[in-house]
Design a protein around this ligand. Structure first.
Ligand code: APR
Length: 261
């Protein structure tokens, strides 16, 4: 069983491990954006807990009839769910800024985020893989090219890629949709070269995302978990910080930079 240190001790230990690591990667989940007002998916008030997980119909409809999928998608957007509203109202929180600062100081090489909210980029992080896509982008289903949703015309649906003429879909990865190849390739690369994985605010039950810290662990990387609760990875974590990500990450940065680590 992982030595569950008290939070302050765990934060000091985490900062020391980060400082002596060569290539730190992070796997981030909805728990990091919870403090920005975006609900998580599982647990008591989770979106899936309340409304059930989405079906695979969306992906099947897109493949069968992209025009009908866009019509349904625009109709759903018009209903503007509470979840969508929370995404569009969200601002980066102290946890996002702490990760960006760690990247700027060379303590964090890459963030793999399961979140579609664009908050890492808005907080200043640059080395990001959005494994489940980004709500504000569209992606070509032929060449994989991405554009900001706000820049494409929806006068004609389905919109077509200006590079190759392929069908565009919003970048958010739907249930049943394969993870985009470029994102997957980068995640496997991170899992192969990281000697430390931070696992932040994720229940670690969705694959392939949850696999990357496990792969890294298998080749000798250390794992640091920041979460309010136990997760599927707690038992293999080397340091477990039972705290809010928005509190723990700035405290780690303070240890790293305050002590000049
Ligand atoms: N700080 C740290 N951890 C937190 C916080 C917080 N403030 N608030 C909640 N958590 C933790 C919860 O304890 C839980 O372990 O964040 C985790 C959120 O888990 P999920 O709701 O399952 O979200 P996530 O792991 O990101 O889900 C992965 O599932 O359905 C898909 O596409 C969806 O990307 C999502 C994926």
């Amino acid at each position: 069983m992982t030595a569950r240190l008290v939070v302050e001790e765990a934060i000091r230990t985490a900062a020391a491990v980060i400082a002596r690591s060569r290539h730190v990667a992070a796997l981030v989940g909805a728990g990091l954006s919870a403090e920005s007002g975006i609900p998580t998916f599982r647990g008591e008030d989770g979106v899936w807990t309340k409304f059930g997980e989405p079906t695979f119909d969306g992906w099947e409809l897109f493949n069968h009839d992209p025009k009908a999928w866009w019509e349904a998608s625009l109709e759903n957007a018009a209903q503007y769910s509470d979840f969508a509203r929370s995404l569009d109202a969200a601002m980066p929180n102290a946890g996002h800024y702490a990760l960006a600062e760690m990247e700027q100081h060379g303590h964090l090489a890459h963030v793999i985020t399961q979140n579609i909210d664009d908050l890492h980029r808005r907080a200043g992080s640059r080395h990001i893989t959005e494994i489940h896509g980004n709500r504000y982008l569209v992606r070509c289903m032929t060449c994989g090219g991405r554009d900001r949703l706000s820049t494409i015309s929806l006068a004609r649906i389905p919109p077509l890629c200006h590079e190759c003429g392929g069908y565009l879909k919003n970048d958010t990865v739907m249930f049943g949709e394969p993870i985009p190849e470029d994102a997957l390739r980068e995640c496997y690369r991170q899992a192969a070269i990281a000697d430390l994985f931070l696992v932040i605010g994720t229940s670690a039950v969705v694959y392939p995302a949850a696999d990357f810290p496990i792969m890294a662990k298998r080749h000798g990387a250390a794992l640091i978990e920041i979460n309010l609760d136990d997760t599927a990875l707690t038992d293999i974590a080397d340091v477990v910080i039972r705290a809010k990500a928005g509190d723990a990450l700035p405290a780690i940065v303070e240890q790293l930079h305050g002590r000049g680590l």
